[in-house]
Write a protein that binds this ligand. Structure first.
Ligand code: RUQ
Ligand code: CUA
Ligand code: CA
Length: 610
């Protein structure tokens, strides 16, 4: 394999930065105390912000508190997770949904919250799966993935963004180009699509065909345009071909114009989705030439500019978000990837090769003032994304910035060849940035968004009522519905399963229809069945249905996997699987006498000890 100069630069830069610690041993005691004070959240106190970090190849979303950096929750999305009883068994409907839409793992990069009137409404968080062309929706009142869809005609679902100000559509970029004719004839030129989805039905409404690999997405604040970086205008099939041109593009799609074209029947329908071809419908796509292989694209909070990061060029390109004309192209440093914003007209750009965050003033850069660079701070190391609190909205908070670094190197105790990713929290409230704290995460957050805790507080459910599909208390039953079909209607309530025994036969298919009838928060019960690869977890009010084979004759104790009460360990029951031809009824099993005479060593069985 050829080694690309980009990779070599990365290695050298990292090596020279290896010994730099911003708040390490050299920092004075008071500087450390001041930093600690800013991030310290005392036991019993709550963080000010929720941080939603994409889980990368963990296929999930990590929920952290800011400023503490404490991990509050992991929301499994594209990967089964036993800890939450999520998609574990082959017959779990959620697992089947995963299998049908592409597989049991995902690569989630970009969380995008829903908006109403241009501000987060706390309803949904959308997350992409780059690997399998999918997008998922998480309900923020439950912190659970509620819908996962495959996007037709698209491979490599990368950047996503909601269309402001009212989440009227969800934009998803296709990164991996496909033969334009869908392999009907061969060879055909390769193109990709920007997909537009309805956020409620999650159906793909239409797609726009574009040349080049589409990377990151953002939208204008007025709902007019979606912007996608496209780094392979060469339509190259290998690395050398992909870096031939000096300029690639930011692709602007005029959303109302595209919608009108679809309504006028201009799309070519493939797999149920109309695809617009900009060569046939001029005016829906504007290609804005920006330097070589751009990566991030971010719209400023005031909606005036679109900032594209150069990646292979040490510049960012500032584009007028209304005229789509380039207004400036200032140098910021090596390997610019993403940009975020404070509430005072400053932009912060991550520099992958320099391992820095650079702060620069937008107005000064547009005017060509020489002093547009405000500050730089070293991060550890090779930063990808960065996000300031509120930086992706119209109202940034201007207090904290999270640097999402790809390599932690010497920052944590060594754990073998693979070190954790390193997140660093930076104070951006003053003129100069200050490093506050770092915390490790599993692989691999790419991007983050933040929400005030106050916003979600009234929305996150506190009290739960069983849904329409629930099994009611007192209505539990075991029903034989066919020669080999048994349905168990079960409820869970501290600290018992009702029924606590189920009598089935070898060869039966057993459907468990289970409701957690608890009504208060955090009373989670599990339902794990040994040797049946079954572990589901039910939050209060939740009902789940799963069908398993009875398996080999034997007694199988189902038990609760979530510690719920002092009698949690006693929360269990039996599934008795009898041989086909057995004539024993479960009543006989109940009547069976426990073996007498087994005594615990050292404890007299007669009670005769004096
Ligand atoms: S991409 S850095 Cu999806 Cu920027 Cu990861
Ligand atoms: Cu229910 Cu533990
Ligand atoms: Ca290129």
């Amino acid at each position: 394999m050829k080694r690309h100069p980009f990779a070599l630069i990365a290695v050298t830069v990292v090596a020279t930065l290896g010994a730099v610690h911003t708040l390490g041993c050299g920092a004075s005691r008071s500087a450390r105390a001041l930093a600690a004070e800013k991030v310290y959240v005392a036991p019993g106190e709550l963080d000010k912000y929720y941080g939603f970090l994409s889980g990368g190849q963990s296929g999930s979303v990590f929920v952290i508190g800011i400023p503490s950096g404490r991990l509050i929750r992991e929301i499994p999305v594209f990967e089964p997770r036993a800890a939450y009883g999520y998609a574990v068994n082959e017959n779990d409907p959620r697992r089947q949904e995963l299998v049908e839409t592409g597989g049991l793992w995902g690569d989630s990069h970009h969380p995008a919250p829903s908006e109403t009137h241009g501000v987060y409404d706390g309803k949904y968080l959308f997350i992409n799966d780059l690997a399998n062309g999918r997008v998922a929706r998480i309900r923020l009142d439950y912190f659970e993935a509620d819908k996962i869809v495959k996007i037709p005609n698209l491979q490599g679902a990368h950047g996503i963004a909601v269309v402001s100000p009212d989440t009227h559509l969800l934009v998803v970029n296709g990164e991996f180009e496909q033969p334009t004719d869908g392999m009907v004839t061969n060879p055909a030129p390769y193109t990709s699509v920007v997909a537009f989805l309805d956020p409620e039905s999650m159906e793909t409404k239409f797609e726009v065909r574009v040349a080049g690999n589409l990377d990151i997405a953002d939208t204008s604040k007025d709902g007019r345009y979606s912007f996608s970086t496209s780094y392979n205008l060469e339509q190259g099939k290998d690395l050398d071909q992909m870096i031939q041109f000096d300029r690639d593009a930011v692709v602007a799609v005029d959303i109302p114009a595209a919608e009108a074209a679809v309504a006028a029947g201009k799309g070519h329908v493939r797999n149920g989705v109309p695809i617009l071809d900009p060569t046939e419908t001029p005016g829906i796509v504007t290609m804005i030439p920006v330097p070589k292989n751009p990566h991030g694209v971010n719209v400023t909070p005031d909606g005036r500019y679109v900032i594209a990061a150069g990646k292979l060029s040490p510049t960012v390109t500032i584009i007028d978000a209304h005229t789509l004309k380039i207004v400036a192209e200032p140098e910021v440093g090596l390997g610019p990837l993403h940009t975020t914003f404070d509430d005072r007209g400053n932009a912060f750009t991550s520099l992958f090769l320099d391992s820095q965050v650079v702060k620069w003033n937008i107005d000064k850069a547009v005017k060509g003032a020489p002093d547009y660079i405000v500050d730089r701070i070293n991060v550890h190391y090779n930063i990808g994304h960065l996000q300031a609190v509120g930086g992706e909205t119209m109202h940034p908070y201007g207090d904290f910035l999270l640097a999402l670094n790809k390599l932690s190197k010497d920052q944590y105790l060594p754990v073998g060849p693979d070190m954790p990713e390193n997140q660093e929290l930076i104070d951006i409230s003053g003129q100069k940035m200050k490093m506050l704290a770092s915390f490790p995460t599993p692989p691999e957050p790419h991007d983050a968004v933040f929400m005030t805790a106050a916003l979600l507080k009234p929305l996150v459910h506190q009290v739960f009522a069983p849904g329409a599909d629930a099994v009611a208390e007192g209505k539990e039953s075991v029903v034989r519905s066919g020669p080999h079909e048994v349905t168990v209607n079960m409820t869970l309530l501290r600290s018992a399963y009702t029924p606590d025994h189920v009598d089935v036969r070898e060869g039966d298919r057993v459907t468990f229809h289970i409701t957690n009838v608890e009504t208060i928060r955090d009373m989670i019960h599990g339902f794990a069945l040994p040797d049946h690869n079954l572990n589901i977890s039910l939050a209060p009010g939740f009902t789940k249905t799963i069908t398993v084979d009875a398996g080999k004759p034997g007694v199988y104790w189902y038990y609760c996997t979530n510690f719920c009460s002092a009698l949690h360990l006693e929360m269990r029951g039996r599934m008795v699987v009898q041989p086909q031809d057995s004539t024993v009824a479960i009543a006989d099993w109940h009547a069976s006498q426990n073996t007498k005479g087994l005594v615990v060593p050292g404890v007299p069985s007669t009670g005769a000890a004096k």
